[in-house]
Design a protein around this ligand. Sequence first.
Ligand code: ATP
Ligand code: MG
Length: 418
Amino acid sequence: MNYKSLKGLQDILPPDISHWHHIESTAQDVFRRYGFREIRLPVMESTDVFVRSIGESSDIVEKEMYTFEDKGGRSVTLRPEGTASFVRAYVEHHLYNNPSPQKFYYMGPMFRYERPQAFRYRQFYQIGAEAMGVEEPELDAEIISMLSVILQGIGLEGLNFEITSIGCPRCRPGYRNALREFLEVRITRFCSDCQRRYDINPLRILDCKVPSCIESRAGAPPVLDYLCTGCEEHFGRVIKALKLLHIPHTINPGLVRGLDYYTKTAFEVTSESLGSQKAVAAGGRYDSMVKEFGGPPTPGIGFAMGMERIVPLMKHSVAASGAPDLFFCPLGSDALEKALLLTEQLRAGGLWVEMNHDISSLRSQMRKANRMGARNVIVLGADELSRNEVVVKNMMAKEERSARLDRESLLRALGAER
Ligand code: ATP
Ligand code: MG
C-alpha cells in the first residue's frame, strides 16, 4: 500500500509547525487584549447554513463546497468559512442576550473544493474574529486595527489594507440597477457564469476572476457612488477613525467580497509577494445576517486570515524549539534503568530530555545525540554509576562540568535549577 494525502490537502510537519504556533499564540495574545474569547464550532453544518448566508450565486456555493449526504440522508457541508457557522451558533444559543459588544475568535480548518495551487488548498486554516452588537463605525476601525496589530506582531511587513463600502439593503437595489444597465449592452462579452449572474446577482460579476470579464467590466459604476446617506456617513467615519489610529489604508472601490452577506464596510489585506493568491485576510460587516438566521436584528463585523498565506510571508525564523536540552547515553542495562528514571525526573523539572533506548556503542549513541542537536549529553556507564557522578557535556559551549547523579544537582548543572 502506498497512500498519499488527498489533492489540495497537506500535512504540516515540524519544523514548519513552529511558525503556526507563533501565529496562533500571537493572535491569542492580541485577542485577549481586545476582549475576544474563543468559540469552537463544528466543522460540518447543514448545507442550508452556508447556502442561505453565503449566497447561491457565490463561487463558494456554486462550485466550492464539500457537500454530501450523511447516512441519515441529510445534506451536510464541510464548512467553507467560519462566519455562517458562527452566526448559526450565536442565534442558536441566544448569545444576543448578553451585553454588547460580544467578541469571539475561532481557529481551525475550512474546506473548499478549489483548483489546488500555490497558497490555495482544499483544506486550509483560518483564524477569524467576530464582534457583535455594535453598529458604530468606530468598531470597524478597531477591528481593522486589531488585525493590523496581529499581523505586525507575527512580523509581517509590506501589507496593503484595502477598504470600501458595499452598501446596505437600502442602497443596493439602486446600485444593482445601475450596474445592470452598464452590463446589459456588454453581457455577451462575459463568461457563461457571469451571464447567469446578471439575472441572479449582478454584483457577483464584479468579483469574477476570468480575465476577459475583468476587462469587460472596466468602467462599471463604482458602488461607492451609490451609497445611501447612512452608508456614506458610516464609511466616512470608518476612514476618519483609521486615520486617527494611523492605520495606512487604500480605498479600493473595486473591492467586492465573495460572500453575499456583507453590508457596508468590506476590507482585504493583501501582499504582493503572494502573486495572484494575494489576499492574506479579509472581512467586513454583516448587519443583516443574525436576523436572517432568525435572531433579533444585530449588527456584526469580522474577518478571517489564512494561515497558509501568512506562513510564507514570515521572514524571520521563529525561535527553533527543535533541540532537546539533554540526551542520555546509557552503557549497560543498569545504566539504562537509571537513565530512564532520571529522564522522567528532569522532564518533571521542566527540561526536554531524550535518552537512548538500546545499549548500542557509545559512538552510535553520540551520533544520534548530534543528529538531534542535543544541547547537553551525559554518558552513563558502570563507572559513573559506582561513583554516583557524571560529566555533563555542553555541546554548544564545548564545556564539561560534573554533577552528582540526582535530580537537583543535574538541574543545577544544566542551568535549570529553580
Ligand atoms: P480568494 O480571493 O483568494 O479566493 P476569498 O475571498 O475566497 O479569497 P475569504 O473567503 O475571504 O477568501 O477567506 C479569507 C482568507 O482565507 C483569504 O484571505 C485567504 O487568506 C484564506 N483562503 C481562502 N481560500 C483559501 C484557500 N483555498 N487556500 C488557502 N487559503 C485560503
Ligand atoms: Mg475564494
